[in-house]
Structures are given as structure tokens and as C-alpha cells.
Design a protein around this ligand. Structure first.
Ligand code: PEP
Ligand code: MG
Length: 924
């Protein structure tokens, strides 16, 4: 039996894209559901493969007979005749493989035109100019695409006629000019191919079909498949779609237009689109006529408008997705030419999801799965107005999302001062340090020329939800001159700049932005997500302000409160410095006693805000030298102070001399005070003490050195103060009837012995607090897993720890033995470009290495403690594909910065919905 190579649109299986190509399958699908689609047929991809495999490139047996039968069917359905002089059938010929491939053949329109059928078309349309234009376009396109004639040959002839006619634009050409052009084009074909233009429609069709098949092996298509890694498994061969042409320019009962089933800008449930009466699509493209909004059709063509509304609901109820469709009305008959899923912004996507789910058009699963979590970023941060095109002066790392505009200020003190006056400020530094923190509070955003995505600037800005561009090394920042330069552009203090922390771009001047839109629909969508998700979504939040913000984003608790951030406040840092430079334990205790009530109050507030949700508090983690200024800065300060000391001695001499010279002259008391060297001496003593400590604390590799629990165990009074503050705040809340669930978390643990020792302190402080406050405390004790050994010993750690939280920032560094800052600034981009590593493992969880270790650690931990709560609080906790992995290995929660929470909530729901499906793995 002869194989079936050709399928009429009403025969083909609309799902079989491999056989019919994407376009062909869709045309079959539209026909099958009863849409009025101009009739046509698809020649299968198998036919293409047969031709490619044949040494003589012959069409497979029976194929052309089936094409002829297909044509006869189209003639019958359209009531027209292919090659007919009075009522000619013209067709389009398109390629189309299983995957959309712009690398393949251009569409040939109006195939079937020749001198005879052209007259028929003129009679039908009454529009001679249009018909000659269509004719010359057909010869040109057919010549180029099917006969391989260089386009320039046609362009020369076209230009000659245009110039002879004195026409400025193509639209100024008359029917006669276009007829002349057609003649010249026919000559081009004769000249180039040595043969006349094939004017038999069937011959045209055969040549066109062969050209489509050939295009599959053409350079453009092959390059495209290589570039986008399209394997034969995904798309093999191209189909050919042959379809009746319909015309929207056959009089006032004809029209052409495009529509969306809903407004793609707002998501509103109204038909959206544009149309033109008695016109063809070309008129819109050429700008000859301005289309009208589709609503105007209600008056102009009321019957057809109703049909269009019907088409709209048919499309939506079948595809269950907002459709972007093309239509043509030919002599009162409405045809749907194409439909595809509409592209929408985040706002419209969210609104349509919620409304379509409410109307029962889709279920909650579909409503949640049709939105890419990352796109929600658009709704959470102000962003640059996409209409504005301005070139950035430099690009850094997108360290904390959102756009900020303000005047450049080069130090934190000035930023604070200016910020207080209400000025919008961008803090510009080479890099930031903890002592710059007050500048962060006062600024709209932070720009640094050095440092990666975990630099101080990046981490603190993210925590505060402020935009930050870090490591913009194209900008040379000269803090002392209060000046910055990027190539030949420069700006000084006070210059207005815009930074985009979502893309890393830096602009001179103010770039207009559009506000974030956390709409009620987003709230509804995320509630649906929470119902589906198994993972809970917590926030990384360090202060009561952060906690408040995290709640707004829907945090189900705090998964990581980095207590060191609490020491950065302007009134707290000096106490912290006292603690560090203390000569002995007594001195240290005095300072700690001052810090205790401050910490307790912070915790009390955070507990109250988050009640009844859990709050995980991590004991002090970073090496303490981070709270001190750098050695280099201190040496510089001391130089200045010694210098000043000498000047003051001179001033003292002057003051004495003045007194001696003129007893009556009054020395201003301010001058006296200012010249008092005691103040300077005190400053020198203090700075020297700090410098001594900085030198004593110096470590070769501080990130692997004296930090985390190691620091806690060497200075027990720091951890015990923190534990006391947490438990006293808990007791106060419990007594006030506030439900709290605190969790004490120990960082950098590598052995169960470390945990055991901290636990002893916890138990003893618990006893004391319970006695003092007369309450039974309710809290958990647990450990970070951010050291490889801790993962390997998870079963032992679980004997002490009631919960684990993977610190994948450190764990990734440890597993790869990469320092993040160095890796991102030096070799990671090259590794990613050359494919040594697929992704940046600090952004996308490295499932094969870090993930593998996590998976085992979860099993081992739960072997000891089956109900073990396990989460992740590294940055990966806000990354959708990584969240899928966390779901798969059975984590209890993910924790991420506030603005990532909505994204994580949606990703967690999708992970649950796709459970067991391959997609989850693919996403990872
Ligand atoms: C981590 O290491 O993943 C973590 C959360 O801790 P930090 O980023 O504070 O080192
Ligand atoms: Mg860490």
C-alpha cells in the first residue's frame, strides 16, 4: 500500500507535530475544532526525509498524486480553480518542522499567479495596483526562494523603475509601474536561470515543494539547528503546508486584522486587537494605513464582530490559554489564519491565570504552571521603563534587584547627611564595609566597582531590599577626589545616576522607571501556590524591618536571621568594637551586658512581628575582624592624628604667645577646647588599640579561620549573651501571650562535639531563664550544614540538632574549593562560556555535586531523627530550578531574601505539581 504523504487539514492529527510540523499540526487542530481556516493540506516530514535520503532527490512514489488530490480537495472546498482564469485559486507554501525554526524557508505567497490568473484576480478584487504588486512580489519571492536568484538582481530592476517614475516611496508606485516591474522581474528570471518563469501553477507548486524540502539541509537551517541544539529527536525534516490564499482587500466586506483573546498588557478579559477594512496585512506593515482598534468593528461590521467574538471564545475554550491570532475577512467570510499562545507581561499573566481559574477555564494546576516564577520579578521591583532606550555607561553584577535613581555620593557620612535632607542618594564606593552601614540606610541604592554578588554591599543591600550593582569594574571610583570615570564618561559627587540592580546596568542621569505592582491577583495566585506546595517558604531577614517586609511577601517564617547584621547599627557597632578590643573577659562582659538588652529587644520585636511563625536565629558567624576598620585605614587615620597632634602643639604655642602679647584679647573658648590635645590623645589611644587588635586578629584565610562556632567556643561570653537574649525574649513573649517558635542555629559546625558544647550552654541558660521568668520555654536547637564534614556526619549531628539548614553559599565554596569572589571575578565566566561548567554554581545549585551531598546528608540526618526538619538558607533557596531539587530530596523549607519569596512560593508549588514528571529534573 502506498504510504500517506499528504494530509488535508481536516484529516491530520493536530497533536502530531513530528509528522506534520508545528505549523501544519496547528492548522489541522484549528480545522478540527471547527474554526474557519482556509482549506489546505500538509505534506509530511516523512516525505521530506524520503527526498533527502534518495540519491536522485526524487519525490517518494505516490506523493505528487496525493498533492494533486489535495489540490482538488482545496478547489472543491474553496470553489476556485488552481490556474483558473476567472476564479483563480492561489495558495501559500510554507515550511514547518516540529520545532519553530526561523532558519528555514521564507513563505511563498500567491503561488498560482501567471499572466492569465492575474487577470482573474484583477476581476475579483477590482484592484489592479494590488494585483500587480502581488504578482511582482510573487515573482521576486519565488525567484529568490525557489529558484535561488540573488535578491540584488530584483532590487536593481525595482530601483530603476522607481527612479524612472520619480517615486519616493514604494507606495507611490502606480499599477503601471508595478506591471513594468513584474515584466522586468520575469526577465531577471529568464536571464538568471536561462529559462522562462514557470507560469504553469502545478509546475510552480512542484518547484516550491522541492525548495522547501531542500531548505531543511540548507546552511541557514543547519546552522540554526546546531546553534540551538535541535537534535533529530526533537525535529527531523520539514513539512510543507499548502493553503488557499484569502484576501482582505476584496471590497468593503473584507478586512484583515490581528487579535488577542485578552488584553496582553493588563490581562483584562476583553478582546484586544486591530483591523483594517478592505486591506491586506502588507498595508499595515508598510504604514500606508493606520489600523483601528478591534472594538470599532462592533459598529462598522456588527455581524462579523460577533463572529470574531465567537472565534475568540472558541479559541480560548479549546486552547485554554490566551491566544494571539490572525484573521482575514474575505467577502463577508471570517477566516482564522493562525493562532498561538499570547506573549504577556507578568501582570497580565498573573491576572489571566487567576481569572481563567476562577471561570473554570483552567484548573489551579494549569494556572500555576503557566507562569515562569522568575517573571514575577517584574511585579516586585520598580523597573526601567522599557520604552526608554538609553545606553549604560558601565555594567556590573546584578547584585540586588530593582532600580534606583539618586545623586552619587562617595562616602557613607555624606550619604547619611544628604539622605536626611530628603535627597535621593546612591552610595558609590570601590567596596563597602560594615562601618558604611548608616550610608546604606540613607541611600536608594548602592554601586561598587569591586566585589561579587556576596560582597558586603551585595549581601547587605539584598537584605535591606535595596537595589545594588556590585563589581562594576568598568567604573574607576576615586573616593578621595569624589569622582568616578567609566571610559570617556565621568561623574562627580552630586551627579544624578541610575542603577539597575536587576541587570547590573549603570546610567548617567535619571532613567524613567515604572513602579512595582504587587497586585491582589498576585496575592490570590500565591495563595493557590501555597495550597499546592509541600515546601514551606521562609525569609532570610535580620531586623524587625526586614521581618515586616518579609511578611508582606508572604514569608511563612524566618529561616535565617543573621545576628551579626544587628551589630551594624550606628549605636551598636562601637559596643561591638569594645567587645573585640577588650583586654580581658571582665572588660568584654561589660560591653556584652550593654549589648544584651539591645539584642533581646530586637528578638522580641521580630518574634512579635512573625508570631506564630517560626524564627531561626543564627548565632554570630563572621570572623570578628569584619567589625573593625581595615589596617590600612587605621594607619592612615593615625598618621592624620599624629600630624594634628603636632599642629595642636603649635597652636598651644600661638595661644600662649597671644596671651603674652595682649592680655586683654579674649581667646575664644572653642579655640581653647579645640586646641586641647587630650581629645586627640584619646583618639590616638583608641585607634592604636584597634590597630593592635586588627593585627592580632589577622588571618591568612579568615573565611576558613576563626569564625562561626569556632569563634563562639573561644569566646563563650558572646554566644551565651546571644542565647540568653533569644531565650529571654522568648520568655517575655510567652508571658505576654504571644505565640513564638524560636530556633537557635549554630553556624560553621563540623563536628557533633561543637554542637554538644553549645547545647550545654543552651540547657543551662534555659534553666536559668525558665526559673527567672517562671515559664516553660518552647524552642528548637539546630545546626547549619555548610561544611562538608558536617554533611558527612549528619547522623551524629542529628543526635544534638533538632533541625538542619543547608548553608549552600559556604557549602558550594567548600565542595568546589572555590572562593566565590575570586571565582566570579576571575575564571567562572570563562568556565561557563567554554562549557566546563554549565552554570554559576553560586546561583544555580550544583545538583550533581553539592546536591548529591545534600541528598545523602538528609538521609543520614533522618536516619537518626526521622522527623528532622531540614531547610536551605543559602541563596539557592530563592532559585526556581534549585527549589525543584530541594523539593525532590524532601527538604521541609527553603529560605530566601524577602523579594525572592513570591518567586520561591510559585516555584515550590510547581515542584509539587510536577512531582514525578521529567520536567522537574529538566528544570534542574
Ligand atoms: C550560607 O553559607 O549559605 C549561609 C546562609 O551563610 P552566609 O551566607 O551568611 O555565609
Ligand atoms: Mg555560611
Amino acid at each position: 500500500m502506498i504510504k500517506k504523504w499528504v494530509f488535508a487539514f481536516n484529516e491530520g492529527d493536530g497533536k502530531d507535530k513530528k509528522l506534520l510540523g508545528g505549523k501544519g499540526a496547528n492548522l489541522c487542530e484549528m480545522t478540527r475544532i471547527g474554526l474557519k481556516v482556509p482549506p489546505g493540506f500538509v505534506i509530511t516530514t516523512e516525505a521530506c526525509l524520503a527526498v533527502v535520503a534518495d540519491p536522485e532527490k526524487k519525490f517518494p512514489p505516490g506523493m505528487m498524486d496525493q498533492v494533486h488530490a489535495g489540490l482538488a480537495d482545496v478547489e472543491q472546498k474553496s470553489g476556485r480553480v488552481f490556474g483558473g482564469r476567472t476564479n483563480p485559486l492561489l495558495v501559500s507554501v510554507r515550511s514547518g518542522s516540529a520545532m519553530s525554526m526561523p532558519g528555514m524557508m521564507d513563505t511563498i505567497l500567491n503561488l498560482g499567479l501567471n499572466a492569465g490568473t492575474l487577470q482573474g484576480l484583477i476581476a475579483q478584487t477590482g484592484n489592479e495596483r494590488f494585483c500587480y504588486d502581488a504578482y511582482r512580489r510573487f515573482i521576486q519571492l519565488f525567484g529568490k526562494v525557489a529558484l535561488g536568484i540573488p535578491e540584488a538582481e530584483f532590487d536593481t530592476e525595482f530601483a530603476a523603475v522607481k527612479s524612472k517614475a520619480g517615486a519616493k516611496h514604494d507606495v507611490d508606485l502606480s499599477a503601471r509601474d508595478l506591471a513594468a516591474i513584474s515584466e522586468r522581474f520575469l526577465n531577471v528570471v529568464r536571464r538568471s536561470t536561462g529559462k522562462p518563469f514557470p507560469d504553469k501553477p502545478l509546475e510552480q507548486l512542484e518547484i516550491a515543494i522541492r525548495a522547501v524540502f531542500d531548505s531543511w539541509g540548507g546552511k541557514r537551517a543547519v546552522d540554526y539547528r546546531r546553534e540551538f541544539r535541535i537534535t533529530p529527536d526533537m525535529a527531523n525534516g520539514t513539512a510543507v503546508n499548502v493553503q488557499q490564499m484569502v484576501f482582505g482587500n476584496m471590497g468593503n466586506d473584507s478586512a484583515t486584522g490581528v487579535g488577542f483573546t485578552r488584553d496582553p498588557g493588563t490581562g483584562e478579559n476583553v478582546m484586544f486587537g486591530e483591523y483594517l477594512v478592505n486591506a491586506q496585512g502588507e498595508d499595515v506593515v508598510a504604514g500606508i494605513r493606520t489600523p483601528k482598534p478591534v472594538a470599532a468593528m462592533a459598529d462598522e461590521m456588527p455581524v462579523l464582530y460577533n463572529e470574531l467574538l465567537n472565534l475568540r471564545s472558541q479559541l480560548e475554550s479549546h486552547y485554554r490559554e490566551v491566544q494571539d491570532f490572525e484573521f482575514t475577512i474575505e467577502k463577508g467570510t471570517l477566516y482564522c489564519l493562525q493562532t498561538r499562545n499570547g506573549k504577556m507581561n507578568a501582570h497580565a499573566l498573573v491576572r489571566t491565570s487567576v481569572e481563567m481559574a476562577n471561570n473554570g477555564l483552567i484548573d489551579k494546576r494549569q494556572a500555576l504552571l503557566r507562569i515562569q516564577p522568575e517573571i514575577l520579578d517584574q511585579m516586585l521591583f520598580p523597573r526601567l521603563d522599557p520604552k526608554v532606550t538609553k545606553k549604560p555607561i558601565a555594567k556590573g553584577l546584578p547584585a540586588s534587584p530593582g532600580v534606583a535613581v539618586g545623586v552619587a555620593v562617595f562616602d557613607a557620612d555624606r550619604a547619611e547627611k544628604l539622605g536626611r535632607t530628603g535627597e535621593r542618594v546612591i552610595l558609590v564606593r570601590e567596596e563597602t564595609k560594615p562601618e558604611d552601614i548608616h550610608g546604606f540606610f540613607a541611600s536608594q541604592g548602592i554601586l561598587t566597582s569591586r566585589g561579587g554578588k556576596t560582597s558586603h554591599a551585595a549581601v547587605v543591600a539584598r537584605g535591606m531590599g535595596k537595589p545594588c550593582v556590585s563589581g562594576a569594574d568598568g567604573i574607576h571610583v576615586d573616593v578621595s577626589m569624589r569622582h568616578a570615570r567609566a571610559g570617556d564618561q565621568e561623574f562627580g559627587e552630586g551627579a544624578l545616576i541610575t542603577i539597575d540592580g536587576t541587570t547590573g546596568a549603570v546610567y548617567l542621569g535619571e532613567v524613567p522607571m515604572i513602579e512595582a505592582e504587587f497586585s491582589p491577583e498576585l496575592g490570590t495566585l500565591l495563595s493557590m501556590a501555597d495550597e499546592m506546595a509541600k515546601l514551606r517558604v521562609m525569609a532570610n531577614a535580620d531586623t524587625p524591618d526586614d521581618a515586616q517586609r518579609a511578611l508582606k511577601y508572604g514569608a511563612m517564617g524566618i529561616g535565617l536571621c543573621r545576628t551579626e547584621r544587628m551589630f551594624n547599627g550606628t549605636e551598636r557597632l562601637p559596643i561591638m568594637v569594645e567587645i573585640i578590643i577588650a583586654e580581658n573577659q571582665e572588660e568584654r562582659q561589660v560591653a556584652l551586658d550593654r549589648l544584651l538588652p539591645i539584642q533581646r529587644e530586637d528578638f522580641r520585636q521580630i518574634f512579635r512581628i512573625m508570631s506564630p511563625r517560626p524564627v531561626t536565629i543564627r548565632l554570630l558567624d563572621p570572623p570578628i575582624h569584619e567589625f573593625l576598620p581595615s589596617e590600612h585605614l587605621l594607619v592612615e587615620d593615625l598618621d592624620h592624628l599624629h600630624h594634628l597632634r603636632e599642629i595642636l602643639q603649635g597652636m598651644q604655642v600661638l595661644s600662649d604667645a597671644v596671651t603674652f602679647m595682649n592680655q586683654t584679647r579674649d581667646i575664644h573658648p572653642q579655640v581653647q577646647k579645640f586646641t586641647d590635645p587630650v581629645l586627640v590623645d584619646e583618639a590616638i589611644v583608641k585607634k592604636e588599640a584597634i590597630l593592635k587588635k586588627v593585627r592580632a586578629l589577622h588571618e591568612v584565610n579568615p573565611m576558613l579561620g576563626h569564625r562561626g562556632v569556632r569563634l563562639g567556643l573561644t569566646f563563650p561570653e558572646i554566644y551565651t549573651m546571644q542565647i540568653r537574649a533569644i531565650l529571654e525574649a522568648t520568655a517575655e513573649c510567652q508571658k505576654a501571650g504571644i505565640e513564638v517558635h524560636p530556633e537557635i542555629m549554630v553556624p560553621q559546625v563540623c563536628t557533633a562535639q561543637e554542637l554538644k558544647r553549645v547545647k550545654v550552654w543552651v540547657d543551662s541558660i534555659r534553666t536559668s531563664v525558665e526559673k527567672t521568668y517562671e515559664v516553660k520555654l518552647d524552642f528548637r536547637f539546630g545546626s547549619m550544614l555548610e561544611v562538608v564534614r558536617a554533611c558527612m556526619r549528619a547522623n551524629h549531628l542529628a543526635e544534638e540538632a533538632e533541625f538542619f539548614s543547608f548553608g549552600t553559599n559556604d557549602l558550594t565554596q567548600a565542595v568546589f574549593s572555590f572562593s566565590r569572589e575570586d571565582a566570579e571575578n576571575k575564571f567562572l565566566p570563562m568556565y561557563n562560556q567554554s562549557g566546563i561548567l554549565q552554570d554559576n554554581p553560586f546561583e544555580v545549585l550544583d545538583v550533581k555535586g553539592v546536591g548529591r551531598l545534600m541528598e545523602e546528608a538528609v538521609k543520614w540526618g533522618r536516619h537518626t531523627r526521622p522527623d528532622m526538619k531540614v531547610g536551605i538558607c543559602g541563596e539557592h533557596g530563592g532559585h526556581p530550578a534549585s527549589i525543584h531539587f530541594c523539593h525532590r530530596i524532601g527538604l521541609t523549607y527553603v529560605s530566601c531574601s524577602g523579594p525572592r519569596i513570591p518567586i520561591a512560593r510559585l516555584a515550590a508549588a510547581q515542584a509539587a505539581l510536577l512531582e514525578g514528571e521529567k520536567m522537574a529534573d529538566k528544570a534542574v
